[in-house]
Design a protein around this ligand. Structure first.
Ligand code: F6P
Length: 363
């Protein structure tokens, strides 16, 4: 008989509840006790937990968000928090922690494993940028939402002869922009992996315009950056007003506010680019920032199934006392990988895929 704790950390993501349900139901089959740790690592620091039963998880499979809450708390920010956390693991008699999260939450999981906390990881992020796994759950849902938005924006852009810039999530990796851009037939896709030239973007859009297509859809990931030279040209432009330019990089944001893991709050590049396109091409532009719509609501069938398989596999790792691992999708199999492998490098967009997307830029 084991007692396990489950937590969800970082940004929420469609499919979190499906994982929680799978962890609980599979654990019940083993006859274990399960506690939900509220609000990510914060709950383990503060001892804020609740029992999870068959009854608690009933009906949550299609529900967005997370029934146990989440936060971006980093216990390693404060020495005393790590101590409180490890004491609580002992106090509650937790044999294994299933941590559902992205690079930050699983980075903490790895450090905790290294100091002896029994933990397994489950890969979550709509950004799909965790290594070791082909896909993270939540990504498919985000791509579906963005694709639908692009379809809808096409008809209004065409009617008004406008360039519509669609800003999507993707801090370090442009997976959502690339996949949804291909699926939605975007005319330009800009991603963090490849700094862009504003003039080149305008020349693609102009080629389309000259070819009789008097509207365009530009999809841009929030972490995409213009080339350095481009930024200084834009900065001297009449309209000025760039927003924050973060440190040494050309990351354009509306604020320099950072979270506990040192990540600056993104958003603003879409408006910057739309202003530049308008200025250089003299066309009417609009911006749609999809923001948290991409993370809210019910997961797709694909994400529900992937989340369920991950949850079950994580419980199996705990059953085998196989800690320090993350469950991962490789091909069609769920396999364990070292947490270290998952968090050491981010999985950026496959450039062969991006080259396919580029075939459709221009005319
Ligand atoms: O989960 C990752 C992510 O989706 C990033 O793409 C984005 O920058 C971030 O979450 C924003 O999350 P929040 O507004 O919750 O801080």
């Amino acid at each position: 008989m084991k007692k396990i704790g489950v937590l969800t950390g970082g940004g929420d993501c469609p499919g979190l509840n499906a994982v929680i349900r799978a962890v609980v139901k599979k654990s019940i089959k083993y006859g274990w006790e399960i506690i939900g740790i509220r609000n990510g690592w914060k709950g383990l620091i503060e001892g804020d937990v609740e029992p999870l039963t068959d009854y608690t998880v009933s009906g949550i499979l299609p529900k967005g968000g997370t029934i146990i809450g989440t936060s971006r708390t980093n216990p390693f920010k404060r020495e005393e928090d790590v101590q409180k956390l490890t004491e609580n693991v002992r106090k509650f008699g937790i044999d294994g922690v299933a941590a559902i999260g992205g690079e930050d939450t699983l980075g903490v999981a790895l450090k905790l494993h290294q100091i002896g906390v029994p933990v397994v990881g489950i890969p979550k992020t709509i950004d799909n940028d965790l290594s070791g796994t082909d896909y993270t759950f939540g990504f498919d849902t985000a791509v579906s939402i963005v694709t639908e938005a692009i379809d809808r924006l096409h008809t209004t852009a065409e009617s008004h002869h406008r360039v519509i810039v669609v800003e999507v999530m993707g801090r370090h990796a442009g997976w959502i922009a690339t996949m949804a851009g291909i699926a939605g037939g975007a005319d330009e896709i800009l991603i963090p992996e490849e700094p862009f030239e504003i003039e080149e973007v305008c020349s693609h859009l102009t080629a389309r315009y000259d070819h009789g297509k008097k509207f365009s859809i530009v999809v841009i990931a929030e972490g995409a950056q213009p080339k350095k030279e481009d930024l200084s040209v834009a900065q001297t432009g009449e309209e000025g007003e760039l927003g924050h330019v973060s440190g040494e990089s050309t990351l354009i944001t509306q604020t320099d506010e950072k979270d506990e893991f040192g990540h600056v709050k993104l958003g603003g590049i879409g408006h910057f680019l739309a202003r530049e396109i308008k200025k250089r091409m003299g066309v009417d532009t609009r911006v749609t920032v999809l923001g948290h719509v991409q993370r809210g609501g019910s997961p797709t069938a694909y994400d529900r199934i992937l989340a369920t398989r991950f949850g079950v596999a994580a419980v199996e790792l705990i059953n085998e006392n196989n800690y320090g691992k993350m469950v991962a999708l490789q091909g069609n199999k769920i396999v364990p990988v070292e947490l270290e492998e998952a968090v050491s490098n981010l999985k950026t967009v496959d450039m062969d895929l991006y080259e396919i997307a580029k075939i459709f830029f221009g005319r």
